[in-house]
Design a protein around this ligand. Sequence first.
Ligand code: ADE
Ligand code: ZN
Ligand code: ZN
Length: 266
Amino acid sequence: MKKCFISLLLLLPLQCLAWGSKGHATVADIAWQFLTPEARQQVDMLLKSYPFESLQQAANWPDHIRKQDEFKHTGNWHYVNLPRDAKYYLASRDCAQGCVVKAFNLMLQQLSNAADIKKRAEALAFVIHFVGDMHQPLHVSYADDKGGNSYPLIFKGETVNLHYYWDTLVLSEDPDDAALASSLIREMPDAQIVDWREDDAQVWIDESRQITAQIYANAPDKVTDIMLQQDRQLAHQRLIKAGVRLAFQLNQTLKLHSIAKAHSSQ
Ligand code: ADE
Ligand code: ZN
Ligand code: ZN
């Protein structure tokens, strides 16, 4: 919270939402390494057209604009809340008013089909961001404490909240996004890339749902050193999965886009 407060004072209130900016940037960095040359070219073109300064900036942009009038409707696009005893996500029950799962599918379509290139660039930023959000366990969580935002937790002697701990503080001992991304890629066994490729958003949020249930079953009131190291490992696992899965989604969607474009120009 203190960090949020300081960044508010600096007029940079952006670190307080979703995976902190380091988490989203790390997911984007990992994904970049697994993009095909064709997908990289399209991503570069879309970033320039908006313009976004960088892939990392695009990855964090949805948190920066969610309070603006034009984007108020995207406020609940970042998470999904389930009943505490739910065994699975149910769109009719959990996403009737909108949630990250529907928003992600909508933005994938917009990335693939929109006629306006700026709309495709915005969709790219949302897609990158939402794959990250769906892998942050507390973004698949419970409404009664606002996804852990009103769950107090002691971290290094200060009162923070559970959500902010998982967005940001859990990565506070890690290096910057580029160094974190390369160490996570280096440590990853190749076989896992293939395992993760087939998974879709239902699988991703189901994994987050289970992790969240475990976090709440342990009912932490204070982050011990051991707990921080365990949670760091878990957060790293979520980031590498998110990055690899994002790359597969982008490789597929951007390939579909160029096939559709080639057809329409024949
Ligand atoms: N607000 C309410 N629930 C939330 C969640 N699960 N994640 C982020 N913000 C929220
Ligand atoms: Zn968050
Ligand atoms: Zn978010």
